[in-house]
Design a binder for this molecule. Structure first.
Ligand SMILES: C[S@@+](CC[C@H](N)C(=O)[O-])C[C@H]1O[C@@H](n2cnc3c(N)ncnc32)[C@H](O)[C@@H]1O
Length: 401
């Protein structure tokens, strides 16, 4: 509905509004595409910049969406959703737009391929189109146009990459061109942060570990030819990394999904063939976090009560001790899970158990890939007193002597 500008109450905190003139010019040219959002008392919830722009244009009334607000918290949520967390174009959307623009112009003007003369003219529009001209039109560098076209082209070929960032895609393309250099993924600090798992390691699997974690573990704590054991191998990330880093590997799972993972219930102890392992990598289910996604076996760690879970974890540590080489390492990764209030800090509990048998060498923070919270989450975390979890703990132990 249309509302008079004088009736709209703009009570939003003053913030840097950026270039209002540009916005006003665009509204003047194409009209107001997106109406303002008000509550039933005409309080402005979303559209502060648009409101300013049309005020400057001297409009008397404007199209508005009216929301029936329940309370101030609701108003606040709408404002956060609309104003603070509104998503800018992603890298991929931006790259695709640039590529489409370039292609459209090439269709109109005719294009010059690499090495061809660019001073030719098309009868209708004059000079043929080049990336340089796209760059000039969009006021960006020619390098930016060429990178955008590369990224957008890669996503057309691999639609499953659409959620990646432009940087990640460029990395993958570089690895494909030049071969993977593991040193690009080594982290010298005790925060091992990776935007997303490296493609090509491990099958798609619930709770799959980024290959970069395994790369770091092998790099720091093993040498070529050493034996690595992963008794809860899931999608097989450890196997694939061991292959490229020339480590021997024994991998098991209660429900194997690949032929190179043997079926084995690790609550029965480690098979003898694991003796003298230099590194045991334990990536158990984070208790019941993914219950239902793993096998229904009674001894699947995801199906146990919390007390039983810790009993089995203790048994795992005891058994791991027996097969580790004298100076071998045990890497244990786990995140906390939600309780009614707060979280169950599995890492802390498991550390207390493990420290009876092992010395802790390092505790490494492994963030989940970038998470995006919404205004709804802000309200929910306060209401439920539940701070969200953004990382897992990776503990590296050595046997007590
Ligand atoms: C977090 S996933 C491991 C993911 C794996 N690291 C990857 O990168 O794909 C945990 C795995 O533990 C396995 N598991 C749970 N209980 C087990 C048990 N008692 N014996 C062997 N494997 C078990 C599950 O089947 C699941 O595959």
């Amino acid at each position: 509905m249309k509302v008079k500008l004088t009736e709209i109450k703009n009570t939003q905190a003053r913030r840097e509004d950026g270039d209002i003139k540009e916005l006003a010019k665009s509204i003047q040219e194409v009209g107001l595409i997106c109406p303002l959002t008000l509550n039933q008392n005409y309080k402005l919830l979303a559209g502060r910049r648009r409101f300013k722009a049309i005020s400057e244009l001297g409009w008397e009334e404007v199209e508005c969406n009216i929301l029936n607000s329940e309370n101030e918290l609701f108003d606040f949520r709408v404002a956060i959703e609309e104003n603070l967390i509104r998503k800018p174009l992603t890298d991929i959307e931006m790259a695709t737009a640039i590529k489409e623009y370039d292609e459209l112009k090439r269709k109109l003007y005719g294009s010059a391929r690499r090495g061809e003369r660019t001073d030719l003219t098309s009868p209708q529009y004059g000079e043929v189109w080049t990336q340089k001209r796209t760059a000039e039109d969009l006021n960006i560098s020619q390098q930016a146009v060429s990178t955008a076209i590369q990224i957008a082209g890669a996503v057309e070929e691999h639609p499953e990459w659409a959620k990646k960032t432009g940087r990640q895609i460029l990395h993958i393309l570089k690895d494909e061109r030049e071969g993977l250099d593991i040193h690009n993924y080594i982290r010298p600090y005790n925060l091992w942060s990776f935007a997303e798992p490296l493609a090509g390691f491990g099958k798609e699997y619930p709770g799959r570990m980024p290959a970069q974690i395994v790369i770091n573990l092998l790099w720091y704590f093993t040498d070529e030819g050493d034996l690595v054991v992963d008794p809860m191998a899931g999608g097989g990330t450890t196997i694939d990394v061991c292959k490229i880093m020339n480590r021997k590997v024994m991998a098991y799972d209660i429900q194997p999904i690949r032929e190179d993972i043997k079926k084995w219930d690790i609550t029965q102890g480690f098979p003898d063939e694991c003796s003298n392992a230099q590194l045991i990598l334990l990536d158990p289910p984070y208790w019941q976090q993914k219950k239902g996604k793993y096998s229904a076996d009674e001894s699947n760690l995801a199906n146990l009560s919390l007390d039983e879970f810790y009993v089995k974890i203790e048994a795992l540590f005891v058994d791991a001790q027996k097969i580790l080489a004298p100076q071998g390492y045990l890497a244990f990764i786990i995140g906390s899970t939600i309780k009614n209030i707060g979280r169950e800090d599995h890492a802390l509990k498991c550390y207390n158990i493990a420290s009876q048998y092992f010395n802790l060498i390092y505790r490494i923070i492994v963030p989940y890939p970038t998470q995006q919270y919404t205004g709804f989450d802000i309200v929910r975390v306060k209401e439920n007193k539940q701070i969200l979890n953004l990382y897992r703990d990776l503990m590296i132990f050595q046997k007590k002597t």
